[in-house]
Design a protein around this ligand. Structure first.
Ligand code: NAG
Ligand code: NAG
Length: 252
């Protein structure tokens, strides 16, 4: 009996002081994606809470569309400095659609579409990588694209960004999409979407929120803009109720 209690105590101590993430093989953004991953990552209670909070957000999400190209400096700054951080905080109330194409040009050679990009062939490759990522990974795509756009070399970073945020995705199958028919067709869809803009885009980044183009001057306070557009009760991040961070890791 005594032995059993001691053993129990021991195993409890081990559990508390060891890294709770040792059986957690998921990046933070997917911890709550299933009960199993939440348990493995030691955040079940927090996930149930945040799922409950989310289920009470019933108003329509703010729809944000970004028309951009992978190597345009202004686009990279907007993605990494405004759009991604805003989405990270406000994804319960907003939905982002990324359309990598921008000022590219498209022609048809009888078999496939040929693309010419403002910042050269490397930009076409970046656009295509990101287009295929958006098609092949779901929640991870924006994390990977932000990781690439934050890097010194957008294209070079692709492989390590994929292995960071979507380790299960085979890079070769991504490249099959990039170099093949599927990528070509998906890029054509981006071209059509971009050409359908009304009013047509004059520059990139070109941002559309709930169907209306947003003036460049409003882009530097994008977080507030999304909060202001939301019709439901403001989430804690917008300055509503205080968010309780009860996931602190205490000292032993
Ligand atoms: C949270 O909600 C998502 C989507 O409804 C669901 O798939 C997931 O299993 C939930 N997570 C937990 C830990 O209950
Ligand atoms: C990916 O692209 C294919 C067409 O090539 C399409 O049928 C499918 O719905 C796309 N999936 C996503 C998640 O966009």
């Amino acid at each position: 009996m005594m032995k059993a209690v001691l053993l129990l105590l021991l195993s409890l101590t081990v559990c508390v002081s060891s890294d709770p993430g040792s059986s957690c093989v998921y990046p933070p953004f997917s911890w709550c994606s299933s009960v199993d991953s939440a348990v493995r990552c030691g955040v079940l209670k927090q996930c149930l809470q945040s799922n409950f909070t989310r289920s009470r957000q019933t108003a329509d999400k703010v729809q944000v569309e970004l028309y951009y190209e992978s190597l345009c400096p202004g686009c990279r700054l907007f993605i990494t400095g405004q759009l991604f951080p805003t989405w990270l905080m406000l994804q319960d109330i907003m939905e982002v659609t990324l359309v990598p194409y921008g000022n590219a040009m498209e022609t048809f050679d009888g078999k496939k579409y040929i693309y010419k990009c403002q910042h050269g062939p490397q930009e076409c490759l970046g656009n295509m990588l990101e287009t295929c990522l958006l098609n092949m990974t779901n929640a991870a795509a924006f994390h990977i694209i932000n990781c690439m756009e934050s890097a010194t070399d957008v294209i070079q970073a692709a492989k390590s960004c994929v292995s960071l945020y979507s380790p299960e995705l085979d890079f070769n199958s991504l490249m099959t999409c990039v170099n093949g028919d599927q990528g070509n067709q998906l890029m054509h869809q981006n071209a059509l979407k971009t050409r359908a803009l009304d009013p047509p885009h004059k520059s990139v980044p070109w941002v559309v929120v709930d169907g209306v183009h947003i003036d460049d001057s409003a882009l530097s306070a994008f977080f507030k803009l999304v909060c202001d557009h939301y019709k439901g009760s403001p989430p804690p991040a917008c300055g509503g109720r205080q968010r309780a961070y009860n996931t602190y890791c205490h000292k032993d």
